[in-house]
Design a protein around this ligand. Sequence first.
Ligand SMILES: *Cc1c(COP(=O)(O)O)cnc(C)c1O
Length: 452
Amino acid sequence: MSATDIIAAPPLGGPTLPQERRMITSIPGPRSTELLERKSRAVAAGVGHTVPISAVAAGGGVVVDADGNSLIDLGSGIAVTSVGNAHPKVVAAVQAQVAQFTHTCFMISPYESYVEVAEALNRVTPGDHEKKSALFNSGAEAVENAVKIARKYTKKQAVVAFDHAYHGRTNLTMALTAKSMPYKSGFGPFASEIYRVPTSYPYRDGLSGPEAATKAISLIEKQIGADNLAAVIIEPIQGEGGFIVPAEGFLPTVVEWCRANNVVFIADEVQTGFARTGAMFASELFGIVPDLVTTAKGIAGGLPLAAVTGRAEIMDASHAGGLGGTYGGNPIACAAAVASIDVFENDGLIERAREIGEILTPRLTALQASDPRIGDVRGAGAMVAAEFVHPETGEPDAALTGAVAKACIAAGVIVLTCGTYGNVIRFLPPLSIPDALLNEGLDVVASALAEN
Ligand SMILES: *Cc1c(COP(=O)(O)O)cnc(C)c1O
């Protein structure tokens, strides 16, 4: 078959798409090239892309492009399509809702699906205290609102974020984000009253969890003061920063300090949430109960939705009209979220994330044993990464990382990189990926590493 033989109408997505890696052209093929040329003429240069294809369908564990190539998806559009792309229950819920009504604005005429999502979030997030939720459109917007809520509740202003943190691309969330290129460079000035302290990065800091926490807390006390501090925000496992898993005891120590000092502890679970780590929320893995949790990415099977969920007395601190937005909790996104949360809870996806981890981690650890350029393998469940280094010095090897990722994509496997030093390949497959496809994807990663 050649590119010109490809059927005019793209295949429907979802789990019935053939679950195979199929390379018909090199990447990008002619149709993808055509779209990418249009993109470069029409779309702002700042909106980059890493996989040079024109996507036309996706489902199970594959993404199909306009040239008929079928790529193994080990990225889920950055941990978004955890239930699987075009999941049938999400598709049905969206189709039913879109034919009923598309928008009323929840702040004008409320509807049931928004309330249902809030009820579900209050139930599934960590802790059995009384909770409330508010819905937004994106992870960054959820983080912005969590900070607003914490400031209103504590009547304090300062916010602490950590080294390697990623919280979004809006002005306040750029300030919270650690990495300059590409997220912040040239886009300042940034919001004030944001302070950064070291996190726990066992592979690089050699500290125990309590030691790393004491170091951070001491800086907070000396340089900011608990009397001025509204909130501490942290990703329980850092995402863009390199899938950094804090040492045992780090998070509980920080949470305990926050609680003793009237500081709101915000867990940014935008990337780690919804079964991804083999728990419904990564906070559970560390035995912590956050005051506020921000969610987005995996929440609605690919539709834009985000939330802040937390202690009722904190969530209720804002006056009416202080929180919201035109589209926040859009009915179509809410219908998709209700369907997705049902799938997470009732279709065994937490267990599935653990099973995926039991394939990913041993295979990457085995690669590490034979290749000292893999300095560290870490993560939880279906959120696992390999950190690439120069073996003699342990210095980050971003060039190797980029070359391996590029070779994987050329061979039809979508992998994403991350890390402050750009030297981490992260694996975030859809939880709907078949084992055979996951293993084939990892075979391709191993070959790409051997060839670079
Ligand atoms: C992706 C991400 C965000 C930002 O979410 P957007 O929907 O892209 O605004 C915030 N926090 C974390 C941890 C993320 O991974």
